[in-house]
Each structure stands twice: as C-alpha cells, then as structure tokens.
Write a protein that binds this ligand. Structure first.
Ligand code: AMP
Ligand code: MG
Length: 353
C-alpha cells in the first residue's frame, strides 16, 4: 500500500515536470514555428494534453485567451475539484443547484443528446464508471448484483434542469467526460474567431476542432488512428469542422478472466459496449456534437448508428468495425484516403437511401 502511494507521488511529480519544466511564464507553452508562421500552445487540462495552433497576427494573444477559457471550464466541470459545479451537483443530496451559463448550456445539450440517442449517451453514467475503476485507474470487474443496484442511480430522465437550476436525486452523479471537451473546443474556437483568427487547429486530446482552413486555403489533413495498433488507417481532408473519434482502445483493461473491458459503457446494461465496433469518428460543424455522437454511436453499434445517421444526416461518420472494415457516410467518401499500409481495407459507403 505504502509502496503504491510513493509510486503515485513519484509519477505525479514526473508528470508535473513534463508539463511545467517546459513552460514559459503564463499558462502552457508558447512556441513560434518559424517555418510555417504558426503559433502554438501546449498544455494539460481536462485530464488530457491539448495543442492549439493558430495563424495570423493576433494568434499569440488569441491562443492565450482560448487556453484560459479551457482552464475556466475545467474549474466548472471537474468531477473531482470540490469547487466545481459538477462536484456540487454530485454532492447536493437532492437539493437544487444554481449553475453558470456555460454549465447550464452543456448540461442542457448533454440531456438533449441523451434523449435523442435513446440513452446511448447518458451523462449520469458516473457511478458505473467508478465501479469499473475507470475513474481511479484501479480497474476491477464489478459483480452483476453491484451493477444491477448501481443502475438504479443511472438515468438521464431523472435529472431536472430548469433554466440555470438543476436537481438530481440523491445518489445520482453527473460526468461530462463524453461531451465536455467538444463543447470546450467550440468555446475556444469562438474566442479565436472573435479575435479575427481564420485559420487554427485545436487538438483537444485527440478531438480536433478545425477553425477555417489551412492558411493557404487548402483543407486540413487529419489522420484517422488505427484502433488495432500503431499508425493511421487513413487521412481525412476537412475545413471548419470538428473531427472526434471514440473507441474502447483509448482506455481499457484486461480482466482476470482474460477479457478486455473498455471505458465506453452501455447505459442499458452497465457493461462496456461491445457492438462489433473498434472506433467511430464523427465529422460535425460543432465540437459538442462531434464529441457526443461518437460515444453514443459506439454504444449503438454499426447498424443502429447507420439508422441514426439516416434519420439526422447533419453530420458525417466513419466507423471501423472489429473485423477491419471501414464504413463511411457518402458526404466524406471523396475526402478520405486510406494510408498505404491499409490500402487493402474494405471501405463501404453508407448512402442516404
Ligand atoms: P469519449 O472519449 O468522448 O467517447 O467519452 C468517454 C467517456 O465518457 C468515458 O471515459 C466516461 O467518462 C464517459 N462515458 C462512458 N460511457 C458513456 C456513455 N454511454 N454516456 C456518456 N458518457 C459515457
Ligand atoms: Mg465523446
């Protein structure tokens, strides 16, 4: 026990060094990439590494403002920070809690997406995440009785949001893990645009928010990660879009029973979603949609995800199935190219009819 504690302190110290030893005064790291005239800031927030790149005269100050916004939102949405609004909601014991505008908006959006996806996305899944040890990195397989009883405290329908006030039954907990970073990306992009930036790329721990196009007017080239190992299965060309991928490969553990358990949970069972998908990438106008949908589509699985896309069609989607097939919606068929070493992968186009 003591050994593990010392190890954790050492690990945290090393991580802090990696972040802060590189820092200049202010928050994060600032660097001029002379070759491309890009301004870049790298920092750690919301439990992930972020790299913001922007072009233009005001890029430095705009990036700093965008980073400050992210830290502000992190302070409001953290599940562990006792001063955060989410922490207050989760410890409210059933009493109403008054929210800031940002938090009310993201919760309103998360609950709306939960309704639209029939609960495939459920921001009240946190007690189940904790039971599987994903919130502490001390993973375990909960018993079916434990899951059964915890599921009584899961259910977005029970959260009552009225304007900027929310009421959650005692025992229920909220977690913005599946949507917060996307919404934060929208707000950061807005700050950049307000300051005249027309070309920027925000990498929010793998969630990409592209502001405009590249400085020369061409599309950004975004690699789609190989969910089975190293490398990228292909490249997607986009401008002014959020591109977000979810997959259990991002966070998982192998149980004593030899099975792999991933961090995206099917709220209807309390078990990691296992629908034959390795990853889902969503291409959307807004980061919050881009973040909410891949998580939800991963839970739904390839067939239901296709049906959801046909019913909405205001986003594009690229799914990689566990048996190594790519299924992408017709809107991006000309914007996606397979990488050389994946050139033999089968690609199927999902059409509106
Ligand atoms: P993402 O990486 O955006 O797919 O979000 C995954 C994270 O969202 C997990 O680490 C959990 O914190 C949380 N989560 C897992 N399953 C769900 C779900 N079905 N609905 C909402 N949030 C979830
Ligand atoms: Mg998500």
């Amino acid at each position: 026990m003591l050994k593990r504690y010392i190890y954790q302190i050492l690990l945290i110290t090393c991580c802090l060094c990696l972040v802060s030893c590189d820092s200049e005064p202010g928050i994060g790291r600032q660097r001029n990439t002379e070759r491309s005239q890009a301004k870049e800031r790298e920092f750690f927030a919301m439990d992930t590494y972020m790299t913001f790149t922007a072009y233009g005269q005001e890029a430095d100050t705009a990036l700093q403002a965008a980073e400050e916004e992210i830290h502000k939102l992190e302070g409001e949405w953290s599940v562990t920070d006792e001063n955060s609004e989410i922490y207050k909601i989760n410890h409210s014991q059933g009493a109403p809690v008054t929210l800031s505008q940002d938090t009310a908006k993201i919760l309103d959006f998360a609950l709306e997406m939960a309704r639209q996806t029939d609960g495939a996305l459920d921001p009240t899944i946190y007690p189940i995440m904790t039971a599987w040890g994903f919130t502490t990195d001390q993973n375990r397989i909960p018993s079916s009785e434990e899951i059964e009883s915890l599921l009584e405290n899961v259910g977005y329908e029970q959260a009552v949001l009225n304007g900027n006030q929310i009421q959650l039954p005692a025992g229920m907990e909220l977690d913005l893990g599946a949507v917060g970073k996307g919404y934060a990306g929208d707000l950061a992009a807005e700050i950049l645009k307000d300051r005249g930036i027309t070309s920027a790329l925000l990498d929010i721990g793998g969630n990409i928010q592209a502001v405009g196009s590249r400085p020369d007017g061409s599309d950004w080239r975004l690699g789609i990660r190989n969910p089975f190992g190293e490398g990228q299965v292909g490249v997607l060309f986009v401008s002014d879009r959020a591109v977000v991928t979810s997959g259990n490969y991002e966070r998982y553990f192998a149980g004593d029973d030899g099975q792999i358990y991933g961090h995206i949970i099917d709220p209807s069972t309390g078990y990691p979603a296992d629908t034959g998908l390795a990853s889902v990438t969503i291409i959307a106008e807004e980061g919050k949609v881009g973040d909410a949908l891949p998580t939800a589509m991963f839970v739904k699985g390839p067939q239901e995800a296709e049906e959801y896309w046909r019913a909405h069609q205001d986003f594009d989607m690229l799914m990689i199935t566990e048996d190594g097939e790519i299924r992408l919606t017709e809107g991006i068929q000309d914007s996606f190219t397979l990488s050389g070493s994946f050139a033999n992968m089968e690609v199927q186009v999902i059409r509106s009819q």
